[in-house]
Design a protein around this ligand. Structure first.
Ligand code: G3H
Length: 482
C-alpha cells in the first residue's frame, strides 16, 4: 500500500442533495511509521449544524421503514464488510497499529455483530399488559407496549476498535429506527469513515448515517451538547466520559469507560489456565483495551509458581512492528500514551516493586513488562496504563483480594481463578463490577452478552439486545374497551 489511503472508500455527508465540503482537512498519520495515511474533513461548528440538520430530517422517514427493510440493509453491510476484509484489515494495521490477526478478527467479529443485531431486532417483541392484574382495574383496560426510536443518536467510537466499536453503536441504533451521527476518534477516523461507506453502499439512505470528524478540542463539546442530540453512545476514557456526563443535561447516555480489571487467583486455581488467560488478557494489543487484565491479585502460597508460569509465557510474546511481521506486542498509539506508561513504571520501580521482565522502550514500543511485589502505595496498583504492563500484588486471603479489587475507582470486570465453585460464586458476588469472569480472562464478548461498567467504568448496558433497548424507549398505548 502506498502512503495514502484510498479516499474514494470514505464516507461523505450528503446534505439536501449536496456533498458537504469542509474547508480544512485533518491529516491522519500511521502510529507505526508516521507516514501520511490520508485526510479527513476537519469540520467546523457550521458543518456540524448541517450534519445534525440532515440527521433530523432523515429521522422522520427512517423511523417509518420496517424492521425487515432495515435488517436487509444490515445483512448487506455485513457481506460488504467481509468482501473488504483484506483492505480493512490492512487499514486497521496501519491506522491504529493493531496486529494483523486481531485486525482481521475485528472485521469478522463486526460482520457477525451486524448480522446478529438484525436477527435480534427482528425477534424483539413488545408486550401487552392486562389492566385487571392491578387492584380495582376492570378487564376492559389493556396496555400495548412497543419500542420507539429515540431520534438522533451520537455514536462516539474510540481508537482501539474503530470498526467494531463504531458498528456496535451504529447497527443497533439504526435497527431501532434512529438516525446516527458517528464521531470517530481522530486516530481511527479513516476506519470509521470506511465503515460508514460500507453502510451507505449497503443501502442506508443519505442523512440516516452521518459522520463528524475534526478536532475534539474544537467541536467535541459542540457535538455532544447540540440541541438535536437525543442520545449519546460513547466509548472512551473516563475523563472524557465524565466531561460528557457533566455538560449534557437531560440527554440519556450510554458510556463505556476505563477499567482496572483484576485477575484474582486463589490457592486452588489451575495455574496454567490462569497464567494463559492472564497473559492473553493483559498483553493483547499491548494492553490497549478497556477490558485488559490490569492487575493480578494472587494468594501468597501459589504466587511464586504463578509468577514463573506467567513469565514463561510473556517471554514468548513476539514484539515489533505489525507492518513487517506477525507480532503480539505493538507500538502504542502515541508518544503521550507511551510516556504515561513509562511514568507508572518508574513510580513502581522507585517504590521498590521487582521488575521481572521488560521495562524497555524503543520509540512508542514498550516491551511486555511484569512487576512483582507491587504494593497499594504504587500508582500501578490503581491507574490504568493502557499499555503492556502487569502488576502482581500478593495477598494473604481472598477477602484481602476482594477488598483491594473493590477499592478501585473502576468497576468494569474482574476474573477469578479457582476450582471451587463456592469460592468462585462468593468472590463473584462480592466484586463491585459489571461482569465477573470465572476461570477466564476479562473480555467484552461474546457480543450478545450484557456488557457494562459500574463506578467510573460507565453508565448503561451494551450487548446486542441491550444496545437496541438502550437506543429505543417503550411507548405504551392503552386500549379501553367500552
Ligand atoms: O476497549 C474496550 C473494548 O470494549 C474491549 O473489548 O474485550 O473485546 O477487547 P474486548
Amino acid at each position: 500500500m502506498k502512503n495514502k489511503w484510498n479516499e474514494g472508500a470514505l464516507y461523505r455527508n450528503l446534505v439536501d442533495g449536496k456533498w458537504l465540503e469542509s474547508k480544512s482537512v485533518m491529516t491522519i498519520y500511521s502510529p507505526l511509521d508516521d507516514s501520511v495515511l490520508g485526510h479527513v474533513p476537519a469540520m467546523t461548528k457550521e458543518d456540524v449544524d448541517q450534519v445534525f440538520l440532515a440527521a433530523r430530517k432523515a429521522f422522520y422517514k427512517w423511523r417509518e421503514t420496517t424492521i425487515e427493510e432495515r435488517a436487509e440493509i444490515m445483512y448487506r453491510a455485513a457481506d460488504i464488510l467481509m468482501d473488504r476484509i483484506d483492505e480493512l484489515t490492512q487499514l486497521l494495521v496501519v491506522e491504529i497499529g493493531k496486529d494483523r490477526k486481531s485486525s482481521k478478527a475485528e472485521v469478522e467479529r463486526t460482520a457477525d455483530f451486524i448480522r446478529f443485531t438484525a436477527d435480534t431486532a427482528k425477534n424483539l417483541s413488545g408486550e401487552s399488559i392486562p389492566g385487571d392484574s392491578f387492584p380495582g382495574v376492570k378487564r376492559n383496560k389493556i396496555s400495548i407496549v412497543r419500542r420507539e426510536p429515540l431520534g438522533v443518536v451520537v455514536a462516539i467510537s474510540p481508537f482501539n476498535y474503530p470498526i467494531n466499536l463504531a458498528a456496535s453503536k451504529l447497527a443497533p441504533g439504526l435497527m431501532a429506527g434512529n438516525t446516527m451521527v458517528l464521531k470517530p476518534a481522530s486516530q481511527g477516523s479513516i476506519c470509521g469513515l470506511s465503515l460508514a461507506k460500507v453502510f451507505e453502499e449497503a443501502g442506508v439512505p443519505a442523512g440516516v448515517l452521518n459522520t463528524v470528524t475534526g478536532k475534539g478540542s474544537e467541536i467535541g463539546d459542540y457535538v455532544t451538547t447540540h440541541k438535536e442530540v437525543n442520545f449519546i453512545n460513547f466509548t472512551g476514557s473516563t475523563d472524557v466520559g465524565t466531561r460528557i456526563s457533566r455538560i449534557t443535561s437531560m440527554v440519556p447516555l450510554l458510556l463505556e469507560l476505563g477499567g482496572k480489571d483484576a485477575a484474582i487467583v486463589l490457592a486452588d486455581a489451575d495455574l496454567d489456565l490462569a497464567a494463559a488467560n492472564i497473559v492473553a488478557g493483559g498483553y493483547s494489543y499491548s494492553g490497549q483495551r478497556c477490558t485488559a487484565v490490569k492487575r493480578i491479585l494472587v494468594l501468597e502460597e501459589v504466587a511464586d509458581t504463578l509468577v514463573e508460569k506467567i513469565k514463561e509465557r510473556v517471554e514468548k510474546l513476539r514484539v515489533g512492528n505489525p507492518l513487517h511481521q506477525d507480532v503480539d506486542i505493538v507500538p502504542l498509539i502515541s508518544t503521550k500514551a507511551a510516556d504515561f506508561v513509562m511514568e507508572l513504571m518508574e513510580d513502581a520501580n522507585e517504590k521498590g516493586a521487582s521488575l521481572l521482565l521488560g521495562g524497555k522502550r524503543e520509540g512508542n514500543l514498550i516491551y511486555p513488562t511484569l512487576f512483582d511485589h507491587v504494593t497499594t502505595d504504587m500508582r500501578l496498583a490503581w491507574e490504568e496504563p493502557f499499555g503492556p504492563v502487569l502488576p502482581i500484588i500478593r495477598v494473604k486471603t481472598k477477602e484481602e483480594a476482594i477488598e483491594i479489587a473493590n477499592r478501585s475507582e473502576y468497576g468494569l470486570q474482574s476474573a477469578v481463578f479457582t476450582q471451587n465453585i463456592n469460592d468462585a460464586c462468593q468472590v463473584a458476588a462480592a466484586l463491585e463490577v459489571g461482569t465477573v469472569q470465572i476461570n477466564n480472562k476479562t473480555e467484552r464478548g461474546p457480543d450478545h452478552f450484557p456488557f457494562l461498567g459500574v463506578k467510573s467504568s460507565g453508565l448503561g448496558t451494551q450487548g446486542i439486545r441491550y444496545s437496541i433497548e438502550s437506543m429505543s424507549r417503550p411507548k405504551a398505548m392503552v386500549i379501553n374497551i367500552h
